[in-house]
Unconditional design. Sequence first.
Length: 160
Amino acid sequence: MHPFTNDYKRQQTDINRLITHVSPTFDLHEHINYLSVFHQNQKVMNTLRNKVQLIGRLGAKADYKVLDNGNALARISLATNEVYKNAKGERIEDTTWHQVVAWGKLAEIIHKYTDKGTEIAIEGKLINRSYNDAQGEKKYVTEVQAKDVVLLGEKNMSTK
């Protein structure tokens, strides 16, 4: 037996409203099933907010430094490639460059074990920040803040 809380009464009222106002083209079971799937997907989507996953190759050795507070910072440019065929059936390779930052132990690992051409997988989040350049102009940057890195293999020999 269900307790009679406001939520239960509200659910009961909503279902009764659906049952009493069913149109000939409306299937209540399909609607309830759709709502169930919607709520399951919503739970999954809530865990995926601001999540970035990339697999690519480093364009250069990581820019690594240790800040005054002792925290390590590594900045890398990561190239991801997408291959597809255009309307004429020609193979097109599209490269996108991503700016990635890593902090602490992760920055040390990237610095120590990667080089130009190394293939890695990154998981992190997008961050937006601003800074003033040498001329005093405000610049805006969007970059990936790495949370996890997986080294996938040797560096690409064609980049030597």
